[in-house]
Design a protein around this ligand. Structure first.
Ligand SMILES: [Zn+2]
Length: 445
């Protein structure tokens, strides 16, 4: 009961809070929040305390940045509850294997982010943080007031106590395990009849196909894309089948960072985090986040490798929170080609690649582009068989045109036959670079 009241408190706080009207007032408010937060949290985290070498809190924007690898390396001293990394890993891995997601260490939930093995992030969330998260996400995502009944279907790679927190009499939450086969999901969805459907776009796409073939018979009032980049091609198809705007929740291990508004624009949750922008070009940036609520595993000046693209105009919904044109992908998805003038590398952003493929032919239903090395790109497209040859030539032309305009050496482009994704444990990446590229040391133009 107390838990529900706390959730309700955070729900109302998120809904009603922010009499703040201007961007300037928001920034002043954020600054105060960060100071207050750092004052309580820094003395408890010996890692951060040492890392900042006595720099005053007022100068927090000068604190050195951290990234995932560093956070994991110093996990034991960074968290404020004395949880050991090996213990946390053991618990998180065991719960993923048994598909029993309830274990905790001293009321702290442990979760693992997706990623390649060895590169998975651990996250810790206390009961208080869990309740706050539940209240905020409900406030920001629910299409109707909290007291209206909702049935949420949530597709995830792994469940977490975090998500179970929002279960109540009115709000039903059901976890759909991505390890289960699709026909089973369809059967369960037909029976459950969710009012809110949240899933990675690769799964939404398959459900949209099942709607089209009338195997799936559901009518959710809100469809939310999570966990993967929502590509324009998928967005369009899913939107058509579900006959509604597809909303996006931008959330990762590191926090609940953004959500789309009623106009379909993603806004950053600047009432929960400060997002500093590390610009790559005039509108693309890497977010550097400082969460002013998380105390168990403090997130301070933490750089994510997501490429975000700022909107060129404010959103018509009137929100003062930063509007994004899109989440473009991760820095690992940027292709690097040799410069035409030799020696140096030229970055090619995922969006350029997407556009060149989609502009090549309207018949392309799905695609993947993989860069194997600076001189080799593989393209897979799903197209009508009789048109394959012609479309592949059009793709060659479109891509070569792109690379020429960027002054890259033309790579070899190979076409292989399309095969659908079957392993939903893996994130679908339509644009993917397969070789490691160290952009700190390499010679990039
Ligand atoms: Zn908006």
């Amino acid at each position: 009961m107390i838990d529900k009241l706390i959730i309700l408190h955070h729900y109302l706080q998120t809904k009603l809070h922010h009499p703040i009207q201007t961007r300037q007032d928001l920034e002043v408010w954020q600054e105060r929040r960060v100071h207050k937060h750092l004052k309580t949290v820094l003395p408890k985290s010996s890692f951060y305390h040492q890392y900042y070498q006595g720099l005053p809190i007022q100068e927090w924007r000068k604190f050195p940045i951290i990234e995932k690898q560093m956070m994991m390396e110093h996990f034991d001293r960074l968290n404020t509850v004395g949880i050991d990394k090996d213990d946390a890993y053991r618990i998180a891995l065991a719960s993923e294997e048994n598909r029993d997601f309830s274990p905790q260490i001293h009321e702290v939930s442990v979760g693992l982010s997706s990623g390649t093995s060895g590169n998975r992030g651990l996250f810790l969330v206390s009961r208080q943080e869990r309740l706050r998260w539940a209240g905020t996400i409900l406030a920001k995502v629910l299409p109707a007031p909290l007291w209206k009944s909702q049935k949420i279907a949530f597709f995830l790679r792994a469940n977490n106590n975090l998500y179970q927190t929002i279960n109540s009499r009115r709000i039903q939450f059901r976890f759909f395990d991505l390890l289960d086969p699709i026909p089973l999901h369809i059967q369960r969805l037909n029976y459950y009849q969710p009012s809110i459907l949240a899933a990675p776009p690769s799964v939404l796409r398959i459900l949209a196909m099942a709607l089209k073939s009338k195997e799936l018979k559901i009518k959710p009032c809100k469809v939310i894309s999570i966990a993967e980049v929502l590509e324009p091609l998928d967005d369009l198809f899913i939107k058509e089948q579900f006959q509604q705007t597809i909303h996006q929740v931008y959330q990762c291990t590191e926090g609940f960072l953004g959500v789309s508004c009623s106009h379909g624009t993603i806004h950053l949750n600047e009432d929960l985090v400060v997002i500093e922008k590390e610009y790559i070009d005039d509108r693309r940036f890497f977010p550097v986040i400082t969460d002013f609520f998380r105390t168990t595993q403090p997130i301070i000046r933490y750089r994510l490798n997501d490429i975000l693209v700022e909107s060129s105009e404010p959103c018509t919904c009137g929100s003062i929170f930063t509007a994004l044109e899109k989440i473009e992908g991760r820095s690992d998805d940027i292709f690097y080609l040799y410069s035409r003038f030799g020696g140096k590398f030229i970055p090619v952003f995922p969006d350029f690649l997407r556009r060149s493929i989609l502009q090549a032919a309207a018949e392309i239903a799905e695609y993947r582009i993989i860069q194997h090395n600076p001189g080799l790109i593989e393209v897979l497209v799903k197209v009508p068989a009789e048109m394959r040859f012609v479309i592949e030539r059009k793709i060659d032309i479109a891509m070569n045109h792109l690379f020429t305009s960027l002054e890259c050496q033309l790579p070899q482009i190979i076409h292989t036959s399309w095969s659908p994704q079957t392993d939903f444990q893996k994130k679908l990446r339509r644009v993917e670079r397969k070789f490691k590229f160290n952009d700190d040391q390499s010679d990039i133009i």
